[in-house]
Design a protein around this ligand. Structure first.
Ligand SMILES: [Zn+2]
Length: 141
């Protein structure tokens, strides 16, 4: 799933769930695994991976900056966005190097039932998750 989706879900969990920080970190990492089960479309199997990856990274960074500057989101909550998306860093590095290695994060393993579908449904699903996450985030802050 795109990094921006994981970032949005991480921010929503950080804003809405009251728990010790170590537990929030585990929850957002668990959310990464669960989200990777949902049928979605990944640009890692598409043309123009560099363009898609740059847009994904840029949108993630912009979201964090907007939350920090305009919504005054605490750093502790803000950090849960990138933590949630961090496991995809290994995918990004391998994609940029054009290699397909075994990954360390469970939802990236070859035998993991990674959710996949076509671009129309796969992008729509991710957009819906981002909208729901934004609603939870804004309602909880
Ligand atoms: Zn992932």
């Amino acid at each position: 799933m795109w990094v921006i989706v994981h970032v949005c879900v991480g921010l929503a969990i950080g804003a809405a769930v009251g728990a010790p920080y170590w537990l929030l970190v585990l929850i957002v990492l668990a959310s990464h695994v669960l989200l990777d089960l949902v049928p979605h479309w990944d640009y890692t199997v598409a043309d123009r991976q560099m363009l898609w990856g740059a847009l994904d990274f840029g949108a993630s960074l912009l979201t964090l900056v907007l939350c920090l500057v305009f919504l005054k989101t605490p750093w502790s909550v803000l950090a849960l966005g990138p933590i949630s998306g961090a496991p995809d860093f290994e995918v990004l590095v391998n994609t940029l190097h054009g290699r397909r290695r075994d990954y360390w994060f469970p939802s990236h393993w070859r035998r993991f039932p990674h959710g996949r579908c076509g671009p129309l449904l796969g992008i729509s699903v991710q957009a819906a998750i981002m909208v729901a996450s934004a609603a939870v985030f804004l309602a909880a802050r």
